[in-house]
Design a protein around this ligand. Structure first.
Ligand SMILES: Nc1ccn([C@@H]2O[C@H](COP(=O)(O)OP(=O)(O)OP(=O)(O)O)[C@@H](O)[C@H]2O)c(=O)n1
Ligand SMILES: C[C@](O)(CO)[C@H](O)COP(=O)(O)O
Length: 235
């Protein structure tokens, strides 16, 4: 077995305990087959191709009974860590995963790259760009994409209420990388209201770095997203 390098190390943490309600798939969307294997298998394969990540922990729901028979079956020889410590919200699942990383020897100063299972088009070179930009940084950061469309606010009736200045707006993606001690403290403080790690860190008065990636790093969310992801993965 290869010795695990000393701190600070870089871990990936993949929250995969959601139910995928908006996807309309009738099953947790991470298990929907896209281009020949479950979405989560694509995500884990991309992270496994980044040598600077010492290990990946995938966080499943305590009730999950599909991972081994579908995802592991599609990834022969996969040696990542698995923990059934998911919670009712994404933030709770991430906090469960951070506690599991600590149980397995990770320390406050280690970096954790949190990446949505549902962003299955991740490319190793984008993770490398994030690491290059954030490893020398005290705070950490996230992959993101500047908004290219004109931004509208709308009401419940589907009518425009305002046009929003888009010049400083970015769409947040994942991975989002922070030191374990910092992101754990931030998420504990913000609780389930945190829709991503960066917003919790921002609430502590810090300014995460924005690292441009690609629109292709989108999150499979709606029914039509599966076909788009399949086309891109097949290509
Ligand atoms: N309680 C939860 C909720 C979400 N997630 C994970 O967080 C990522 C981003 O969440 P999202 O795209 O919203 O997934 P779901 O919560 O599954 O989708 P929906 O909101 O449509 O139900 C996904 O990889 C999802 O599995 C999680 O681990 N635990
Ligand atoms: C973390 C995230 O993917 C960044 O864009 C996003 O906030 C997750 O939101 P969701 O509502 O849990 O899909």
């Amino acid at each position: 077995m290869n010795p695990v390098p000393r701190s600070p190390r870089c871990f990936a943490l993949v929250p995969a305990a959601g139910i995928g309600e908006r996807s309309g798939a009738g099953m947790p969307k991470q298990y929907v087959e896209i281009a020949g294997r479950p979405m989560l298998a694509h995500t884990l394969a991309a992270l496994a191709a980044v040598p600077r990540l010492v290990q990946t922990l995938v966080v499943l729901s305590p009730a999950d009974d599909r991972f081994e028979s579908t995802v592991l079956a599609a990834l022969p020889g996969y040696a990542g860590w698995v923990a059934r410590v998911g919670g009712a919200s994404r933030a709770e699942s991430v906090l469960g995963g951070l506690a599991e990383l600590r149980r397995r020897g990770a320390a406050d100063e280690d970096w954790v790259l949190v990446h949505d299972a549902a962003r299955c088009l991740l490319r190793p070179e984008w993770v490398d760009a994030l690491l290059d930009a954030c490893l020398p940084d005290a705070v950490g950061g996230l992959l993101a994409q500047p908004i290219a469309d004109t931004l509208k606010a709308g009401d419940a009736a589907g009518r425009v209420t305002a046009t929003i200045d888009r010049r400083d707006k970015w769409a947040a993606q994942t991975p989002q990388m922070f030191r374990l001690g910092l992101v754990e403290r931030a998420l504990r403080q913000m609780g389930a209201a945190a829709t991503d790690e960066a917003s919790a860190v921002e609430a502590l008065g810090l300014a995460p770095r924005l690292v441009r990636a690609s629109m292709a790093n989108f999150k499979v969310t709606w029914p039509e997203d599966f076909a788009l992801a399949a086309k891109l993965l097949a290509g």
